[in-house]
Ligand binder design. Structure first.
Ligand code: ZN
Length: 240
């Protein structure tokens, strides 16, 4: 099976469509939450994910968008974008977001947005946190987003190592446990503005990251027209 893993799409339909075009036919699409927030097209992104049959988990922005108290953690710009999102989304989008679980196990993979310990809140930013999460995972592999940084934690011989990944980076899944982050589709933060995703091939036992350019200017123009915070638009050009 070929599976595309997408995270942190953040209402960026142009980036999502660029990714879907690049990956072509796959057997499944999994998402790791933060489908909405920051960007200009929450209904469009949710409609597209529903159309392609994507399954996944809830992120903190998804929870906040449907009225959750998570909005209290947000900085002023993130909060402004979520308030805009709350006012704008339709019933179908709200229902789709409300149905997302915080954690989901599919075959050999355990999916969360943040971490297994705190699915909506914790950032996996260290070897220690990654090791503690892997200890909570019953499957060989974990998948997480939230940091917007594509990388792979790989456990072997009792140790754990981390590797930052880029376009074309590939990893052999066999023989060790892994905890993988696909990076962000709609708001990358690793200094590369291209949309990021992860492709799993369970027949080959491989994980491969891809970076895909998209029309950032079109998204920024839509954000300006919607009067979303200017810095949220500007950062897309920087990938930060
Ligand atoms: Zn996010």
């Amino acid at each position: 099976m070929r599976i595309a893993v997408l995270s942190d799409i953040h209402s960026n339909l142009v980036a999502l469509d660029a990714i879907l075009t690049r990956i072509g036919a796959v057997d499944a699409i999994w998402h790791l939450g933060d489908v909405v927030g920051y960007g200009p097209d929450p209904d469009g992104v949710v409609a597209r994910l529903a159309t392609v049959g994507a399954v996944g988990v809830r992120g903190n922005h998804d929870a906040a968008a449907i009225g959750g108290p998570e909005i209290e953690w947000f900085n002023p710009e993130a909060r402004a974008a979520i308030e805009w999102t709350r006012d704008r989304i339709g019933h179908d989008t709200r229902d789709w977001l409300a149905a997302l679980p915080e954690r989901r196990q599919i075959d050999e993979f355990d999916l969360v947005h943040g971490s297994q310990r705190e699915p909506l809140r914790e950032y996996v930013t260290s070897l220690r946190i990654a090791r503690e999460c892997l200890a909570l995972i019953a499957t060989p592999h974990g998948l997480h987003g939230h940091t917007h940084i594509p990388l792979a934690f790989v456990e072997s011989d009792g140790g754990i190592a981390v590797t930052l990944t880029d376009d074309g980076s590939s990893l052999d899944l066999a023989g060790h446990r892994t905890f993988l982050n696909p990076g962000s589709v709609g708001q990358p933060r690793d200094g590369d503005p291209d949309a990021s995703c992860l492709l799993l091939d369970t027949d080959l036992g491989s994980a491969t990251w891809a970076r895909v350019p998209y029309d950032i200017g079109a998204v920024q123009a839509a954000m300006h027209a919607a009067k979303l915070p200017r810095r949220l638009a500007d950062r897309l050009s920087l990938g930060l």
